[in-house]
Design a protein around this ligand. Structure first.
Ligand SMILES: Cc1cc2nc3c(=O)[nH]c(=O)nc-3n(C[C@H](O)[C@H](O)[C@H](O)COP(=O)(O)OP(=O)(O)OC[C@H]3O[C@@H](n4cnc5c(N)ncnc54)[C@H](O)[C@@H]3O)c2cc1C
Length: 372
């Protein structure tokens, strides 16, 4: 390799919550890491999400995902404490437990059965209760009469996702090389390593980890990887600050530490369109008022849309390229919830250069259908 060339040990491509968590964890293992991020023009789920550390119902399609989520959520206390102490930023992590509201008997029955099935198959325990409207009212007197019942899980929590991202990046900046406004145009396997191409020049990296969210889809094939992710739009609103009343979370509604009520639940196939639409905003607001009638008097001060990074089965993808060992892919839809896993066990494995065989259910091989 020529002299005067930018070099790094591990190039992490994409500085959203996933990339920042991985880079933070790798740097803690003493790795020389460069974190490249495209910048403000990019689609960034990390800056538009709800901030839930969410357990209940996760992994209905695969018990390995349920276990991964449950363990990561359990690790959130220590993670928030350590990252908060290192960065000096309070992540506003709270774990008061949360409800999933159902608006009909049939929905409550389906939900209870799904949760019971999941409980039976997962190995990391997580308790849940089924409540009717009276049961909810004991914990949350403001609940609307339209709510038939709920499942409640005490493992669910919330954080401030902006504080999380800021804290990860600020600690990483002290230990590694953070390159915002460095869009990666391509990555070329180059002898023993990889050539990372940006408009500001090329970097030679010994290893590379793709964490570019929706950007992974284009970057993966040149490394012999496959990231069949698609955007799924969600629209969110936040109200003026209200007196604290929402002690527990609700799947699609939470109260921030400052008092604003953040809510949103849409899941839309809208391609790369990240604009809000009046019909979804109206439907979401109506559902929120049905859940908590006092919200009818609250002023919405801001609304936005963001694009989820969704794999075909909704589960994470953790993969190493067979054609180009040393090239890894990390893409998930619950980057907030799984942050302790990405910064902890996953970063440790990437530092060692080998994914844990126990994570095979998350390999991208599951999307390859053998030819008949
Ligand atoms: C509406 C909504 C609500 C959500 N709610 C929750 C929740 O409550 N709890 C939860 O756990 N998760 C939630 N999520 C998901 C969570 O936000 C994502 O899992 C997480 O943000 C994904 O992080 P990411 O880093 O993979 O992707 P992103 O946040 O999209 O980041 C990708 C990054 O890669 C960069 N990038 C892209 N291409 C390139 C390139 N070529 N070169 C360099 N950089 C590049 C971009 O600049 C961007 O910063 C929600 C998502 C949405 C949209």
């Amino acid at each position: 390799m020529e002299s005067g060339q930018n070099r790094t040990g591990i190039a992490v491509i994409g500085g959203g919550i996933v990339g920042a968590s991985v880079a933070y964890g790798l740097a803690a293992h003493g790795e020389t890491v460069t974190l490249f991020d495209e910048g403000d023009i990019a689609f960034r789920a990390a800056r538009g999400n709800l901030g839930n550390v969410w357990v209940q119902g996760k992994g209905a399609g695969g018990p390995a995902y349920a276990d991964l989520t449950r363990q990561a959520a359990k690790d959130w206390d220590e993670f928030a404490h350590d990252l908060g102490a290192e960065s000096g930023i309070d992540l506003h992590f709270r774990r008061p437990g949360a409800f999933f509201f159902c608006f009909s008997e049939a929905e409550l029955e389906r939900r209870s059965k799904m949760m019971a099935d999941l409980e039976a198959r997962a190995t990391v325990p997580s308790r849940f209760e089924v409540m009717d409207n009276d049961g909810i009212r004991k914990l949350l007197p403001e609940v609307g009469s339209a709510v038939t019942g709920a499942t409640f899980c005490s493992d669910d929590g919330t954080t401030n996702p902006f504080h999380l991202l800021r804290a990860l990046i600020s600690v990483f900046e002290r230990r590694g090389d953070y390159r915002p406004r460095h869009a990666v145009a391509g990555i070329v396997p180059d002898g023993a390593g990889f050539r990372v191409k940006t408009q500001q020049g090329d970097w030679l990296a010994e290893r590379v980890v793709l964490t570019a969210g929706l950007g992974n889809k284009e970057l993966a094939p040149e490394l012999g990887l496959s990231a069949p992710v698609r955007p799924v739009r969600g629209q969110i609103m936040v109200t003026e600050k209200l007196k604290p009343f929402l002690r527990h979370g609700i799947s699609f509604i939470r109260q921030t530490v400052e008092g604003g009520i953040v809510f949103g639940e849409s899941s839309e196939e809208a391609g790369l369109d990240d604009r809000t639409t009046p019909d979804v905003i109206q439907t979401t607001a109506k559902r929120a008022v049905a859940a908590l009638p006092l919200l009818a008097n609250a002023q919405v001060v801001r609304s936005w849309a963001a694009l989820r990074v969704m794999s075909p089965d909704g589960m994470p993808v953790y993969a190493e390229s067979a054609a180009h060992p040393g090239a890894f892919l990390v893409t998930v839809h619950s980057g907030v919830t799984l942050a302790p896993f990405h910064a902890g066990p996953l970063a440790a494995a990437l530092s060692a250069g080998r994914l844990d065989p126990a994570w095979q259910p998350f390999s991208s091989d599951r999307f390859s259908v053998p030819a008949p």
